[in-house]
Design a protein around this ligand. Structure first.
Ligand SMILES: Cc1cc2nc3c(=O)[nH]c(=O)nc-3n(C[C@H](O)[C@H](O)[C@H](O)COP(=O)(O)OP(=O)(O)OC[C@H]3O[C@@H](n4cnc5c(N)ncnc54)[C@H](O)[C@@H]3O)c2cc1C
Ligand code: SF4
Length: 336
């Protein structure tokens, strides 16, 4: 039986293993953390349908557990990767017929944008923190009060030359709209403002969600970037921005600021490229052979990519791509 080593046990790696199993190909999944699921394990409800993330992950974990010929190694990394052999941090060597890299993405570290006060002022949180707060059912300010005025800031660590992240992270506009709706559902009388540069609602049902946020939930959308955040004497946050539609400067106090952090490439991608002759894009995400007919193949024969290792993607896109990888591998193995 042909055997594939998949590095990364997020949804891309898991789905790829499940699909390989259904095609009669065995797989070992290597996950550096102690559990599978990647970032999805931290999310609350998923755009665009508000489906609980745990339902999607639960179903995938069940399929993964039931599938034949999949083995999982958690808490380990790969120290040496070739298409025919992967060496683990334990010293074990895994012979294989191909390798799939499914190591995902890294959340932008909001502390780098010091002007927004993350890690400095109370009640400045990231979109990932907010997912965690939703999961705990606890959206409270540091003083224990409920927020009455909340701002969400788009493009934090994306489309930003200053922090060398020029790309659009693609999922944060829709995440920001989803989170604004969830906040309005929890606090119907609160004022919720989304500060955006452009609203990018590229997927099925996204534009409808954006309209619903405005019409049904009365979420306010302000076209402009916040330039500075400072604490006020009464424990609130003062935002300075420019409304770029009216051209007017704007000052506003809020109780909570949510930074919609971008998806950036893993730092280890550069090392993968240098050590194994793989290619990175300017954004740091790995570069597939092309964007069309070979979009899950790397430039090294026998090394494939699945999921957000090559670019920001939604959950649905990641799962679809992982399925494609399994099919391409089967095809490729038959031609060997
Ligand atoms: C704030 C936020 C909210 C989001 N909400 C939604 C939503 O509502 N709906 C939606 O469709 N999409 C959403 N997304 C996108 C979604 O998170 C991604 O599509 C999905 O997580 C991609 O999965 P992945 O497996 O490619 O990567 P990841 O989730 O990053 O998984 C990669 C896995 O690889 C492991 N790994 C990394 N390096 C190594 C290594 N060297 N060795 C071994 N293992 C390694 C990691 O530990 C991780 O388990 C959101 C994204 C963000 C940032
Ligand atoms: S998806 Fe929206 S918030 Fe995210 S980087 Fe692109 S434009 Fe900015």
């Amino acid at each position: 039986m042909k055997h594939i080593v998949i590095i990364g046990g997020g949804i891309a790696g898991m789905q790829c293993a499940v699909e390989l199993s259904s095609l009669g190909i065995s797989a070992t999944v290597i996950e550096k953390e102690h559990a599978t699921g990647g970032k999805l394990a931290s999310w609350h409800r998923l755009f665009p349908s508000f489906t609980p993330a745990e339902d999607v992950l639960g179903e995938l974990r069940l399929k993964f557990a039931k599938a034949a010929n999949i083995s999982l190694r958690c808490g380990v990394t790969a120290t040496e990767i070739t298409p025919r052999k992967v060496t683990l941090s334990t010293g074990d060597e895994l012979e294989c017929d191909a390798v799939v890299l499914a190591t995902g993405f890294t959340l932008f570290d909001a502390r780098i944008k010091e002007e927004y006060g993350y890690g400095i002022y109370d009640n400045v949180v990231t979109s990932a923190d907010l997912e965690d707060m939703f999961n705990r059912g606890e959206i409270v300010l540091k003083n224990g009060n409920k927020p009455r005025r909340i701002a969400l800031l788009h493009c934090v660590g994306s489309r930003d030359e200053k922090v060398c992240q020029r790309h659009c992270s693609k999922v944060c506009c829709v995440t920001g709209v989803k989170q604004a709706i969830e906040l309005k559902e929890m606090f119907p009388t609160a004022d919720v403002f989304n500060f955006y540069m452009d609203i990018r609602m590229f997927g099925p049902g996204y534009e409808e969600m954006y309209r619903e946020a405005q019409v049904k939930h009365n979420v306010h959308f302000v076209r402009g970037r916040i330039s500075e955040v400072s604490p006020t004497i009464d424990g609130r946050l003062q935002l300075k921005a420019e409304d770029t539609l009216t051209g007017r400067p704007l000052k506003m106090s809020v109780d909570m600021l949510v930074l919609l952090v971008g998806m950036r490439a893993n730092e280890e991608n550069a090392e993968l490229a240098a050590r194994y002759g793989l290619q990175c894009q300017e954004s740091g995400f790995m570069k597939p052979q092309d964007n069309f007919m070979h979009n899950v193949e790397s430039n090294v024969e026998g090394i494939f990519y699945a999921g957000t290792i090559t670019s920001p993607k939604s959950v649905g896109e990641t799962l679809n791509e992982a399925t494609t990888v399994a099919l391409r591998i089967k095809d490729w193995l038959q031609k060997q």
